[in-house]
Design a protein around this ligand. Structure first.
Ligand SMILES: Nc1ncnc2c1ncn2[C@@H]1O[C@H](COP(=O)(O)OP(=O)(O)OP(=O)(O)O)[C@@H](O)[C@H]1O
Length: 293
């Protein structure tokens, strides 16, 4: 991996104030049926306000209707060095949207987001990969994007080459790779540069089992090196293992934000799950009684 920069002089932070995010949807749009149905069910799908700031791109003249999904509302967060935040919630709660707002991929319609420090978003190993270029050219492109000098660039190239183990394919266009090879290259590149603020989607951990073993050590090293981690996941054990603090989203709003064990216990019980024995012993009796009643 490339040498880690000296972060001490510039501690990282991530602050979000009163953030809101909308998705305008045009008739015949390409979003998935699953997400549309979830939005309708959660009451977050409504008619667009004419001329509103959230109206997005110019209306399609062929469209007969337009609605806005209120994906996130009233999000307030302040993260500093040492914070390891897990974001949990049901399908459509807003987890991925919040992660993408933090990464600067989605623009909020209200509120502010301040990030101090270098940021890397591990959302999709193929993100930003040019399929027409060779693996090696993609690595160089990534290094240039991160403004690496020539020594660091060579280290990056060697590091990804060793990790991805693509052999002669490294100098072939990525479009000729198998799906697994693309993931190896994408993962190798995305985890080669250690950021101060690391945003990670659980999908990023997916992969075949041989790859997962090798990738895990590498991922753990990047996570350990980050000052701030934000992880979205459906897996409570994964969040318990990696996170010290948890934000529970419901219908695009913050339902709870606090120490990981406490919020995960509340989330598990409220969603009909069972606590592991060690947590059952530690759980708040009042909360248990309330939920049992
Ligand atoms: N590209 C999009 N266009 C329109 N609406 C969207 C889009 N992406 C997400 N949404 C809507 O925003 C809301 C939040 O979705 P998001 O994907 O952030 O939820 P999530 O908690 O990550 O869900 P999941 O666990 O199913 O991945 C949902 O109502 C969803 O329908």
């Amino acid at each position: 991996m490339t040498p880690e920069p000296d972060f001490a002089a510039r501690p990282a932070f991530l602050r979000i104030e009163n953030l809101a995010l909308d998705f305008p949807i045009y008739h015949g749009g390409a979003r998935s049926l699953k997400k549309t149905m979830l939005s309708v069910a959660s009451g977050r799908l409504g008619p667009a306000r004419a001329g509103s700031a959230s109206s997005g791109p110019a209306a399609n003249p062929a469209a007969t209707s337009r609605v806005v999904v209120q994906a996130l509302r009233d999000i307030n967060l302040s993260l500093g060095p040492g914070d390891r935040l897990g974001i949990v919630g049901h399908n459509g709660a807003g987890k991925s949207s919040l992660l993408r707002v933090m990464a600067g991929i989605y623009e909020p319609v209200a509120g502010r987001i301040h990030v101090n420090g270098t940021l890397n978003a591990l959302l999709d190993p193929n993100l930003g990969m040019n399929m027409e270029l060779t693996g090696r050219e993609n690595i160089v492109l990534r290094g240039r994007y991160s403004a690496l000098g020539s020594v660091a660039m060579r280290q990056l190239e060697q590091d990804v080459e060793d990790f991805a183990a693509l052999g002669a394919f490294l100098d072939m266009p990525v479009r000729t790779y198998s799906a697994g090879m693309v993931v190896r290259l994408g993962f190798g590149m995305a985890t080669a540069i250690a950021p101060q603020v690391l945003l990670m989607d659980e999908w990023f951990m997916a992969g075949d089992s041989t790859f997962q073993g090798k990738a895990r050590a590498r991922l753990e090293s990047v996570v350990r090196g980050a000052e701030i981690l934000v992880l979205t996941s459906h897996s409570i054990p994964v969040v318990r293992q990696w996170c010290t603090r948890v934000l529970w989203l419901e219908g695009g709003r913050m339902r709870a934000d606090g120490p990981a064990d406490e919020v995960l216990d509340q989330y598990t019980l409220a969603t009909g799950g069972k606590l592991p024995p060690e947590r059952l012993a530690a759980a708040d009796p009042e909360l248990l009684a309330k939920l049992a009643g």
